[in-house]
Design a protein around this ligand. Structure first.
Ligand code: CO
Length: 135
């Protein structure tokens, strides 16, 4: 069995600056980094909090995955990211279990880490991101 650790919780927002001010004002934390991920049409902000992090996501346009999410469901919980030591092995394990993947192969996420998304249909309607931290 693989060891999964909660790496971050992703929250979709309409206005990053407002969300950063609101989150840090209410719950603390400081921005570790802010990065535009052009391939995914999103700007992400990582705020370490306790043993995990909160990731705020603002789409660059409406015609992006997070843009469509906001249009359909509004602001809120978008995904939970599980850190794994070997993302290829974890994906192979899920494929063997018959799980529907959004990303069959890992791609580059914020911070240069390797990420892949598992379809929400696989578990409780919840989008799960696998992340292999690249130091
Ligand atoms: Co994420």
């Amino acid at each position: 069995m693989f060891a999964y650790n909660v790496h971050h919780v992703g929250i979709a927002v309409n206005d990053l600056d407002e969300a950063i001010a609101s989150h840090t004002g209410l719950y603390g934390g400081e921005v570790l980094y802010r990065e535009l991920i052009e391939s995914q049409g999103v700007t992400e902000v990582m705020i370490p909090l306790g043993g995990t992090s909160i990731q705020l996501l603002q789409p660059t346009t409406e015609d992006t995955p997070v843009g469509r999410f906001l249009a359909k469901r509004g602001e809120g919980l978008h995904h939970i990211a599980y850190a794994v030591a070997d993302i290829e092995a974890a994906l192979a394990h899920l494929v063997a279990e018959g799980v529907e993947l959004i990303d069959v192969k890992p791609r580059r996420g914020g911070g240069g880490h390797k990420i892949a998304f598992v379809h929400p249909r696989a578990f409780a309607g919840t989008l799960i991101e696998l992340i292999e931290v690249v130091e």
